[in-house]
Design a protein around this ligand. Structure first.
Ligand code: ASP
Length: 337
């Protein structure tokens, strides 16, 4: 029997058209373009259906509500399909992939996010190949996790990060091997794939809006300017620190307000500005204060994933202590300890 794949089209460059304000998605346009792709009707192509979201979005405008909508669409159709393709803009695709990886628990089918750097309506679009390969991968049922396909590589969604604004390969996975290389054959890296546990039942956790923030340090940061926001208003903050988790520790206002944030119950999490490698709090004296305040190290998690994981853990309603513990625990293959 032919496999069935559901395509959720949320927007992004793949279906955009040039407008006076720049590229933008256009309603009920993309499905017409698909009619012109003969491979989509090839006898070896799985059966597929497409659901067009309304409104279609540039992914710069995608956030928690849209993640929930995507999650619901998958949940509602979960038993009717062998796999899902989510067409999405590249700008925040890694955030969405990370969020979905936490929201969709007990997943035992592929959910493949993809899109394009050049719109499908244009001559050199990469969208056609990305779409065709993603549909095939979604139908094969080998990578049963939330992944991201782009330009010949299948990546774990919550390990991906957008690293190029103009190369056709827009994403890398700096701390985890690729899940598959797609050349003449699709070669899965079986060892790297998540093995679904039999006991886990598929379940969607809907995320909610949570006051969290991301703060990137830079030399000379005038921390007084952000102090109140950090220490009083945020439930969680991701610090993008130098190297292995270091901060300008001689900057008293900064150290004091991180301390106060932590005392007020905020979850202070520490990522690195380096793409590759892991944070190790306490290796240098410049990260020791963070350790003493009870900040949690995110190891080699991307900032995108740390943000999505905070949304998820707060949405689950866990206590502060539990959130800290789980931030440092690998839940969906998102970190290496
Ligand atoms: N701005 C676009 C988006 O993220 C970029 C893209 O899709 O490549 O929707």
């Amino acid at each position: 029997m032919k496999k069935r794949v559901c395509i959720l089209y949320t927007g992004g460059t793949i279906g955009m058209v040039p407008t006076e304000q720049g590229y933008a998605p256009k309603k009920r346009y993309f499905t017409g373009l698909l009619d012109e792709i003969s491979q989509l009707k090839n006898k070896d192509m799985p059966n597929w259906d497409i659901v067009e979201f309304d409104p279609l979005l540039d992914s710069a405008n995608v956030a928690v509500d849209e993640w929930v909508n995507i999650g619901r669409e998958i949940r509602d159709r979960y038993n009717n399909y062998d796999g899902f393709v989510v067409l999405h803009g590249t700008d925040t695709m890694s955030y969405t992939a990370s969020a979905l990886s936490f929201m969709l628990e007990g997943l035992d089918k592929p959910v493949v996010l993809t899109g394009a750097q050049i719109p499908l309506c244009e001559l050199r679009s990469d969208g056609r190949d990305n779409l065709i390969n993603s549909i095939v991968i979604a139908s094969e049922g080998v990578a049963n996790e939330v992944c991201l396909y782009f330009a010949g590589k299948l990546l774990r969604g919550n390990r991906s990060t957008k690293t190029s604004a103009d190369e056709l390969m827009a994403f890398t996975s700096p701390n985890y091997p690729v899940l598959a290389n797609v050349g003449i054959d699709i070669k899965y890296n079986h060892q790297a794939l998540i093995k679904p546990k039999q006991a886990d039942k598929f379940k969607l956790t809907e995320l909610r809006q949570v006051p969290i923030g991301v703060l990137k340090f830079f030399p000379g940061i005038q921390f007084e300017l952000f102090e109140q926001i950090i220490s009083e208003r945020l439930s969680g903050v991701v610090l993008e620190t130098f190297g292995e988790g270091n901060i300008p520790s001689n900057n008293r206002p900064l150290v004091n307000s991180i301390k106060r944030a932590s005392e007020n119950g905020a979850i202070v999490t520490v990522c690195s500005q380096c793409y590759q490698g892991t944070t190790k709090l306490g290796t240098y004296a410049t990260s020791n204060a963070l350790k003493e305040f009870g900040a949690v190290g995110c190891y080699d998690m991307t900032t995108e994933t740390a943000v999505a994981k905070l949304y998820y853990l707060f949405s689950c309603g866990y206590s502060g202590e539990k959130i800290k513990e789980l931030m440092e625990t690998d839940l969906r293959g998102e970190m290496t300890k």
